[in-house]
Design a binder for this molecule. Structure first.
Ligand SMILES: [Zn+2]
Length: 338
């Protein structure tokens, strides 16, 4: 670890864009496979994590989650995730659960979620606070999205704080989602969405103006639209930026309309210095072979100073769906560590 990484690792941190199922490392996947009597050797497991573009990434996600079959499977991956978060001094995370994938596989979402919550207890005793966002899959259609939205509102008493839509953002017009977002907001949930990852700036604008989304997953399409950047600043809408994810899925190259992109092309420093509220996250740490500390190192490589990295890290607490008292307490914990 570099001295900077060591310093960042010590900071109490929050992470706001993190998929539970995207956190399954190959070793855990092999454990799941063995449980279901489909032994995977290390090479075959590693091959499941290789993909070349965005569609290939979605397929990898699908193949990996196919081994999640019982509440116990969900408990195992949750325990592993909490261990990883604590090892990095993450004290708060909002974790995205693909409730839509569970429904699609005709699983008992409530039983899975109960096992997930139970699995977090040891970590909770050691000071890790988690909240949950239920995610629907856009390409599965409106009926499916409604089912996930209803489940999210029913499970709000158990720690679901937000509802979002992910998957293929070109699959369904944003306007069609408006009644669903009105419903979840009326039931006290926060509104999230994946937009402007591979889709156009318009997808982000519509998510803000029509759906009232408070934070946008990725939103890097804003690099092509200064007026959209101004709208995000004016409304205080937060972009959850995941640089390694954008490189690995090819999303950044697509936004730049190029065949390939590298880290130096990422708009994080430009957005940050323009005053757009941005937070840093891993998205799917196992699929992108990253950690939150590594993402801060990426931000440092992009030219952010140590002071700017701290401001960036503090923004995750400011943008979190936390009660004010808890937020202030966490910020104090962060400020106490230099
Ligand atoms: Zn995501």
């Amino acid at each position: 670890m570099t001295p900077l990484a060591k310093r960042i690792a010590r900071w109490p941190k929050a992470e706001l864009h993190l998929h539970l199922e995207g956190s399954i490392r190959p070793a855990t996947l092999r454990e799941l496979a063995a449980r279901h009597r489909q032994p995977l050797d290390a090479e075959t497991a590693a091959a499941l994590y290789r993909y070349r573009d965005f569609r290939g990434f979605l397929n990898a996600f699908k193949r990996i989650t196919a081994l999640l079959r019982t509440p116990d499977d969900y408990a195992l991956i949750t325990r592993r995730l909490t261990e990883e978060l604590m090892a990095q001094n993450v004290i708060y995370a909002e974790v995205i659960v693909s409730a839509g994938v569970m429904l699609r596989r005709q699983q008992d979402v409530e039983a899975n979620f109960a096992a997930i919550c139970e699995a977090t207890r040891p970590a909770a005793r050691r000071g890790l606070r988690l909240a949950w966002s239920f995610d629907a899959v856009r390409q599965f259609g409106l009926g499916h999205i409604w089912s996930v939205a209803r489940l999210a509102t029913q499970l709000r008493p158990y720690g679901v704080v937000a509802f979002g839509v992910g998957g293929d953002e070109t699959a369904l017009p944003t306007r069609a989602l408006q009644p669903v977002y009105e419903f979840v907001a009326a039931h006290g949930l926060h509104r999230l969405i994946h937009a402007g990852e591979i889709g156009p700036p318009r997808a982000v604008r519509e998510a803000v103006e029509w759906l009232g989304c408070e934070r946008i997953g990725h939103g890097i399409a804003a690099l092509r639209d200064p007026r959209l950047q101004a709208l995000l600043i004016e409304r205080g809408v937060v972009l959850e930026l995941c640089p390694t994810s954008n490189l690995r899925t090819g999303a950044l190259a697509r936004q730049l309309r190029r065949r390939s992109a590298d880290l130096s092309d990422h708009p994080l420093p430009e957005f940050f210095r323009a005053g757009i509220p941005v937070v840093l996250a891993t998205d799917d740490p196992a699929l992108f072979e990253t950690t939150l500390v590594r993402e801060y190192e990426q931000a440092a490589r992009l030219g952010l100073t140590a002071g700017e990295l701290r401001r960036l890290a503090a923004t995750s607490f400011h943008a979190a769906f936390l009660p004010e008292r808890a937020r202030r307490a966490m910020l104090r914990r962060m400020q106490a560590v230099g």
